[in-house]
Design a binder for this molecule. Structure first.
Ligand code: F6P
Length: 358
């Protein structure tokens, strides 16, 4: 019997999306040969809502293992607006169901992060056959130890820290490296450890500037004339921790900051006298070729998803659990996120190494 499998990439991109598309496609063609057709949906749920799709040629999945970005395009279509009818009068959920029917799909594979998984679960609850695949450089999808994209971003962020390390040493400066991660600090924690940062600040643990400066001064007292800070973009201090997000953002805007990083740099200069610079690698962390780790992970996840298509096991997302690829039910993970918990082994490693967490 012929199979028709829809596939889309949604949310922020990351290295490894194409490698995962290739993994799914190659494994499906391997199993079903010409009895499978893959329907590529452009720009994530936006394409599903607006009926932007095409049947892919198998050759389109060749030569993309090492290519960054996504050949399908992606877009952020916020989950909270899925049930809201906008100015265009489009009922998004009804439109997605209609196009799923029109494409005559047996199932739909949704590659994305937390928002993507919430919508994937919604579609599953609406009766569509959905399989999720967990991507994000933030590594914050509940129920999987790792997401594809994360380790590539760690490599890039580590390289950024390595490069500022030498210039910090030459100039006897503090360097504040702002890394991606609004809510989850995994990327900053891993890259900070890999890059030998002296201070790691992550959103899960509000910092105090006094602790940050004390760590810098302790290093100075030991003859270290420079310090490296790895700081997640979403960090806030202990005073801000008592504020609502809106209040915090309004106060920051008033002071002329968006993220805390520039404020931290100014405060370090004021309180310690150390000249301080900020480095923001930004979207570089999401660009370019996936690392070998992510190529392997993407291929494992893709091949497993193809097996789930064969087994007609829907309403799930692929996951890595204790080094084994498996799956979770979408309903069990949607709407939850995986943050760095107090007592996590990697946090303990950092503390034992004398790294300040702020
Ligand atoms: O979710 C991945 C992520 O890279 C976050 O770390 C970051 O805060 C956000 O996306 C940036 O989003 P955008 O690309 O829409 O600016």
């Amino acid at each position: 019997m012929k199979k028709r499998v829809g596939i889309l990439t949604s949310g922020g991109d990351c290295p490894g999306l194409n490698a995962t598309l290739r993994g799914v496609a190659k494994a499906l063609y391997q199993r079903f040969g010409s009895d499978v057709e893959i329907v590529g949906i452009a720009n994530g749920y936006y394409g599903l809502i607006h009926g932007d799709w095409r049947v892919m040629d198998p050759s389109e999945f060749s030569g993309i293992l090492t290519v960054g970005g996504t050949i399908l395009g992606t877009r952020r279509t916020p989950f909270k607006l899925m049930r809201v009818v906008g100015d265009d009068q489009v009922d998004k959920v009804a439109a997605m169901k209609k196009h799923y029917e029109e494409m005559k799909l047996d199932c739909l594979l949704c590659l994305g992060g937390n928002g993507t998984h919430k919508t994937a679960n919604l579609l599953s609850e609406e009766g569509l056959n959905i399989i999720g695949l967990p991507k994000t450089i933030d590594n914050d999808i509940y129920g999987t130890d790792v997401t594809f994209g994360f380790h590539s971003a760690v490599d890039i962020a580590t390289e950024a820290i390595d490069r500022v390390h030498t210039t910090a040493g030459s100039h006897s400066r503090c360097m504040v490296v702002e890394l991606m991660g609004n809510k989850a600090g995994w990327l900053t924690l891993y890259a900070g450890i890999a890059g030998g940062a002296d201070i790691i600040l992550i959103p899960e643990f509000p910092y105090t500037i006094e602790n940050v400066c004390a760590a810098i001064e302790k290093r100075a007292a030991n003859g270290k004339t420079f310090s490296i800070l790895a700081v997640a973009e979403g960090v806030y201090d202990s005073k801000e921790a008592r504020m609502k997000k809106k209040e915090r953002m309004a106060k920051r805007a008033e002071e002329g900051y968006t993220t805390a990083t520039n404020r931290i740099a100014r405060q370090i200069e004021e309180l310690t006298g150390f000249e301080t610079r900020v480095c923001v690698p930004g979207h570089m962390q999401r660009g370019g070729s996936p690392s070998p780790y992510d190529r392997v992970l993407a291929t494992q996840f893709g091949a497993y998803a193809a097996k789930m298509v064969e087994d007609e096991n829907y309403g799930i997302t692929i996951a890595m659990k204790h080094n084994h690829v498996g799956e979770n039910k979408l309903k069990d993970i949607a709407g939850k996120s995986r943050l760095v918990p107090e007592g996590h082994g990697m946090l303990e490693v950092a503390r034992r190494m004398g790294i300040s967490i702020g």
